[in-house]
Design a protein around this ligand. Sequence first.
Ligand code: HEM
Length: 445
Amino acid sequence: MSTPQLPSGPRITSLQTFRFLRHPATLLQECRARYGDPFTLPLPMGNVVVTGSSEGIREIFSADPTVFEPFGQLPLIPAVGENSLLLLGGQRHKRERKLLMPPFHGERMRAYGQLMRELTLHAAKGLRPGGTFRAQHLTQAISLEIIIRAVFGIEEPARVRRYQEVMNAYLESYTPLLMMAVPLRRSFGGVGPWARFQRHVAELDQLLTEELATRRGREEGHTDILSLLLAARDEDGQPMADPELKDELRTLLLAGHETTAIGMAWALYHLHHEPQTLQRLLAELATLGPAPEPEALMKLPYLGAVCDESLRIHPVIIVVGRRTVAPFTLRGRELPAGTPVMASVWLTHNDPALYPEPERFRPERFLERKFSPFEYLPFGGGARRCIGAAFAQYEMRVVLGTLLASHRFALAHDRPERPVRRNITLGPVNGVELVYSGPPQGALA
Ligand code: HEM
């Protein structure tokens, strides 16, 4: 039997790899225009079949999950550990998701609203009127502390500070170069980037070991996600073992903090770049007064639309990967087992048939129509859809709503922001430089 031919696409792996790393959006768009959908991209990890059409996305996300295994996550192993949900497939993935998902259920998010609000106001206290700052630094500091307190359940201020130090050092030491270049993952006599990263891994592991030792058996009455995971039992009544739990905590830290911070930074950029959107949002926020409650913020339609549109125009993760473990038909093309497949979030979000003038930031489009999970997919989809989606959406609304209800900002300059690859995420090249103008006119400082 002959092997089915993959869809057509560009050649020369090294050139496409360079473009995929440096200019992924342009490459994806050019390929779609030239080769149609789906097309095949030659990358070092294999010939990857890419689709950005909602039909193709529907076929991938609604397929029987046993047809796929994870793909494209190997660079993350050193950072998240091999027990991470991101790397598991088959029955283990299913079991682990069942344990991890309940604490992230949408309804549960209310427990974290006040905390998110307080941490935002506290972080904003450091801003000086007239001072310039990077929005992404602010949102990242807020989202890291939210993870430490709401997910890890750390309360004591000195211990929160210790976690901040260790986690920042850990995240910064896993550089894009270490992620991509496996030969660099060697300790050259205890010096060099790998050795440094290993030291920070050990520090974080030490903190997590202490945490699990003191917290096991004392989870009752606590609402943080770690306490809920400690109490979780699988179908056989078994709790999660320590190595499993530690890898999942590192996964939640890595997957949940920078992603949400980037989404919020883009929202702040577009709101100030397109002043009519900011005016409309401020008018909506004004109906709640200067100190809105999280639950009231969650009911604001335009605030929700601003967050949705920010993740549409700048998806933080622009492709989600799978590898077929059985033959699979994608838009009428038969793909053999072992084919890497990517659902391109970016292409779908930039399809003019779905989003007219896709390059325009227009939150109204989310008020005018509803998009299906195959048309709007910032959190991926199907059996591997982001488990933190409700958490991130809640956090974006509460943090942005709280910040903008009581603070005024302006862009520090006219230079347009553009997305650049950070590692697997894409973020604003300059981190969105803003000037803090002070509290709204007429408000008590
Ligand atoms: C705006 C913020 C976020 C974005 C854009 C985002 C996006 C994504 C995407 C695209 C995936 C891959 C889905 C797929 O393969 O179909 C994913 C997976 C995942 N995300 Fe998020 N995420 C965000 C926030 C969070 C948060 C706050 C958490 C937890 C605290 C989280 C935890 C995870 C986990 C554990 C997975 C792996 C799911 C699996 O493989 O079964 N994410 N996320």
